[in-house]
Design a protein around this ligand. Structure first.
Ligand code: G6P
Length: 629
């Protein structure tokens, strides 16, 4: 989703902003722009220019529909000397992607520029008021309305910070913003409510602003996270923070541990492929330091102060969106089987608006890679407000869900850049397996059973590695055969029903082929009508408790001439007679099969999408982190 970068210092701002925007490209966007205040050295009485003295600067805006490289070309055509600026990548909400709707947006006078992530909900009301006062608007965006509103307050010698603050007091909605004014060329004002912002503390009279630390870690690792309803005035000399209700606050400077190479492609064609291949390591990282094999138990640091509540929990509610929702569905099967606690799984977007019943003993887990998904965050707040213990299973350290939860578990998958989630999913499953063992051991699970499960879990990274090595070539060839299909059906049962959903989601996200995931036995209640010689059907059929049942479902597909691609357990010869193609994965505990069975499905979607020439890292219309509802 939209990205924000800001810079103030002594270096040229444009290259820093453009490289920051490139780091944010993965979040998904349709246009990009920059606003800079060109240095205008003051003219001395003798007509000589004094370099380095800032008077009123000239505000310049460069923006266009398209990619950051288009903006870069534009900036190269119109070079500007500036040491202060803001940059944005936009993912359209109000108004189609176009040059004029791109950010930055400016106010009526053209001296204020703003970039904005989020949605101003009462923008039409504010716009009507401003229209009545004679304002004219160029774009269809809610952001331009906010720019004009700030302009209305930026009068009578008020500071830019105060003007922004007063404007925000009238705004309903979500925002992460950064604002520049031509006559305040020594500062950037930024604020946050519901859309992340991090401030980078530079070492040499320079400071940074970003919506995602990835944009600035090449320059600094010292950061200040703004919380909701907080704002900052960022100058060369320092950063002043206050609340939007005007109380000055001191925020801690934290050090981020992300490595630069973690956000680079490392020789792979795409981030998605790199991330698929990282999984043996990321799964190991999710377990690191958490397994006490001898005791058949698990220690999750972020849950240690809630062990009593977890022991007494009467019900767990897992809430999430997208791929994280599929992980939650598998989590339900695991936890109910081994810990015997009732688990409800719900789309966060549904949970937040339907007045859910929360009772004593309810524990909520919000599962989110980014930790910023607006619906998941709102669902967590709703549950927490109604008295549930709210815990997070999150990847991005320091993200909003991580900060607002009562506790939780980081999955430690490292930055996930590919829009289609892969390694975060298997790490979420790993953490859910750890949680299952821990909850089980608090209840009915014996030390012997706990140990046996842990052993199986510890084998998983090596089995993932084997799956990658043994299936990749076969899947690449297979992808060529099926790349022109218009539809795909994915079937699975038990633990692998959500894997079927995830396989279908991966394919449609990046190849734009219509795909549906179904519980295998439900096929006969509808989707079977679609099956003919043009329909590829991917059946996830490891040798688990429902294996025989799934074989019958395969027969039903074959009888209607569908093409069956089966994901099966190594050594299973029976299935070879039924399926056209069999992709083998190693045997493991049923609960853990999804971590292995999803690997070929990730590869299948990747290779089909690349064979179709799709941009897998930045699929059309999608955003990595959906910070609007
Ligand atoms: C977006 C992404 C998906 C992701 C979903 C939930 O739709 O494109 O890949 O699964 O958001 O994101 P989260 O960060 O909360 O896991």
């Amino acid at each position: 989703m939209c990205g924000i970068v800001g810079y103030i210092g002594n270096r040229e701002a444009s290259p820093i902003l453009l490289s920051g925007l490139k780091r944010l490209e993965y979040r998904g966007y349709d246009s990009a722009g920059l606003a800079l205040i060109e240095d205008f050295p003051a003219i001395a009485e003798n007509g000589q220019r004094h370099s380095g003295i800032h008077a009123v600067g000239r505000l310049v805006v460069e923006k266009c529909k398209g990619k950051v490289t288009d903006l870069e070309a534009m900036a190269a055509d119109h070079p500007h000397h500036a040491t202060i600026g803001i940059g944005h990548t936009r993912w359209a909400t109000h108004g189609a992607p176009s040059d004029v709707n791109s950010h930055p947006q400016t106010d009526e006078s053209g001296r204020i520029a703003i970039i904005h992530n989020g949605i101003i909900e009462n923008y039409s009301h504010i716009k009507d008021r401003l229209l009545a006062r004679g304002h004219t608007f160029k774009s269809e965006t809610d952001t331009e309305v906010l720019a004009h509103l700030i302009g209305e307050f930026y009068v009578d010698g008020r500071s830019l910070t105060e003007a922004v603050r007063l404007a925000l007091n009238e705004v309903v909605g979500a925002y992460g913003i950064a604002v520049l004014a031509a006559d305040a060329p020594e500062e950037i004002v930024c604020a946050r409510k519901g859309s992340p912002l991090v401030l980078g503390v530079g070492s040499d009279n320079e400071n940074f602003i970003a919506s995602d630390a990835a944009a600035i870690i090449a320059h600094t690792r010292q950061v200040i996270y703004l919380a909701d309803n907080e704002m900052a005035t960022v100058t060369r000399a320092g950063i002043k923070t206050r609340t939007i209700s005007n109380v000055e606050i001191t925020k801690p400077v934290e050090v981020i541990e992300m490595e630069l190479e973690a956000i680079e492609k490392g020789g792979y064609d795409h981030f998605m492929l790199k991330e698929i291949h990282e999984q043996p390591r990321t799964i190991t990282d999710a377990m690191r330091g958490r397994v006490v094999e001898e005791e058949g138990n698990i220690v999750l640091g972020g849950l240690q102060s809630h062990l009593d509540e977890l022991r007494q929990a009467k019900r767990l509610i897992l809430t999430a969106c997208g791929t994280s929702f599929h992980a939650a569905l598998i989590g339900k099967y695991m936890i109910e089987q081994y810990a015997r606690v009732p688990v409800e799984v719900e789309y966060a977007s549904e949970f937040r608006y339907r007045n859910p019943i929360i009772e004593e003993g309810d524990v909520m887990f919000g599962i989110s890679q980014s930790g910023e998904t607006a619906d998941t965050l709102a669902a967590m707040r709703e549950g927490k407000g109604k008295g549930a213990l709210a815990l997070g299973i999150v990847n991005v350290v320091g993200s909003t869900i991580a900060r607002e939860s009562n506790g939780g578990v980081y999955i430690h998958a490292g930055p996930e850049i590919g829009v289609a989630s892969t390694k975060a999913f298997t790490s979420q499953l790993t953490v859910l397996s750890l949680l299952t063992i821990m909850l089980g051991r608090m209840r009915h699970l014996s030390v012997v059973d706990g140990r046996a499960m842990i052993r199986k879990l510890l084998e998983i990274p090596e089995k993932v590695q084997r799956t990658l090595e043994s299936t990749e070539r076969q899947i690449r060839e297979l992808s060529d055969t099926f790349k022109n299909a218009s539809n795909f059906l994915y079937l699975g049962r038990g633990y692998n029903y959500p894997v079927a959903l995830e396989g279908a989601l991966k394919l449609k996200e990046i190849s734009y082929i219509h795909a549906e995931g179904y519980p295998a036995a439900e096929m006969k209640h509808g989707p079977i009508a679609l099956i003919d010689e043009n329909m590829p059907v991917v059946v996830v059929a490891p040798q688990d408790e429902v294996y025989e049942k799934v074989l019958s479902n395969i027969q039903e597909v074959r009888a209607r001439k569908g093409h069956v691609i089966a994901i099966a357990t190594e050594g299973d010869e029976q299935i070879g007679a039924l399926a056209e193609q069999v992709i083998y994965i190693p045997a493991t505990l049923s609960m853990l099969t999804p971590i292995l069975s999803v690997i070929p499905l990730q590869l299948l979607s990747y290779y089909i999408a690349t064979a179709r020439g799709c941009n897998v890292d930045q699929p059309r219309n999608l955003a990595k982190s959906v910070t609007v509802e």
